[in-house]
Design a protein around this ligand. Structure first.
Ligand SMILES: [Fe+2]
Length: 69
């Protein structure tokens, strides 16, 4: 495959792959928070809420970078 015929560059692929990981986590994290709350583990629920905020920020940055190309 020539460079011109490639669907995406290695960097575009890497961004896409990482964005997918972030989105999969975000799809599941509310369930993780619910599980922690049902177990009375507020420390765990709080940590997953913090990670959720971080991952939302990362996902937005990855999406913006991908769409900028
Ligand atoms: Fe992340």
């Amino acid at each position: 495959m020539t460079e011109e015929s490639r669907i995406m560059s290695d960097s575009e692929y890497n961004i896409t792959k990482q964005l997918t990981k972030e989105l999969e986590f975000l799809w599941n994290v509310d369930g993780y928070i619910k599980d922690a709350e049902e177990e009375g583990n507020q420390e765990c629920a709080k940590l997953f809420r913090e990670i959720k905020e971080d991952e939302e920020r990362h996902a937005k940055k990855l999406k913006d970078l991908l769409l900028k190309k």
